[in-house]
Design a binder for this molecule. Structure first.
Ligand code: PRP
Ligand code: URA
Length: 222
């Protein structure tokens, strides 16, 4: 299990299978000529795929059910424990609809962290989390991981609020090796799910040959 990036194996890093569908969708996201409507539609599809993928890492308990056809017992599983989605504003908010579609009535926390456009350093503004967040499994949502600074800041706030590191599942779309290394060396117990591991960063700390500024493209502020 796990995934190797630049010679280092991270047991807690899970990269979605590079299916034809996912590769087509990622190609549309990376294309600077994609029309805005197509880009947002495609981002929603990738976000849904990644939320579905990440849900596989929640714990399950065994259950017995009585089947409809013959009233016989059958062994199955159901999700164990409580969850909460936490989006890193803004781009992470684009994943909320996917999570709401999969988990009825899911609670949603928010953490506002913004990268400085010149220095790429994260600045923390606000965290709004449910009062019992410490007892929950957290699906932390942000489609982009570049330097890892924003994710480290968000995870720091979750840990301050009492969330157990091993109860954090980071739901991501594109991750740069620099960010993966920063994040997973500091927080080896989190689970990290992504659709793509990128080549690296540009001089301005954007992800090379990737989707560009996700938040700007999704919300139309580019
Ligand atoms: C983007 C992205 C991540 C962060 C990744 O957010 O959504 O939060 O940058 O970069 P890092 O790993 O180097 O910290 P940004 O601050 O640009 O805000 P936005 O979501 O409003 O676009
Ligand atoms: N944030 C983004 O949205 N894209 C990048 O390439 C880096 C940070």
């Amino acid at each position: 299990m796990g995934h190797t990036v630049n010679g280092t194996t991270y047991p807690q890093l899970y990269v979605h299978a590079q299916t034809a569908q996912l590769r087509c969708l990622m190609t549309t996201l990376c294309d600077k000529h994609s029309q805005r409507g197509d880009w947002v539609f495609t981002a929603d599809r990738v976000n849904r795929i990644m939320v579905e993928f990440a849900l596989n890492f929640l714990p399950v308990d065994p259950v017995r059910v009585i089947t409809a056809v013959d009233d016989e017992a059958a062994e199955g599983v159901c999700f164990a424990g409580k969850i909460v989605g936490v989006s890193v504003i803004r781009a992470g908010e684009a994943m909320e609809t996917a999570l709401r579609s999969c988990c009825r009535n899911v609670r949603l926390g928010k953490i506002l962290v913004q990268r400085d456009e010149e220095t790429a350093k994260p600045k923390f503004y606000l965290a709004k989390l449910p009062h019992d967040v410490a007892e929950r499994h957290v699906l932390l949502m942000d489609p982009m991981l570049a330097t890892g600074g924003s994710a480290l800041t968000a995870i720091g706030k979750l840990l301050e609020a009492g969330v157990k590191e091993e109860n954090i599942i980071f739901v991501n779309v594109v991750a740069a090796p620099e960010g993966i290394s920063n994040l997973l060396h500091r927080h080896p117990k989190i689970t990290f799910c992504t659709a793509a591991v990128a080549e690296g960063l540009t001089q301005k700390c954007y992800i090379r040959r990737s989707v560009g500024d996700f938040g700007d493209r999704y919300f139309g502020t580019n």
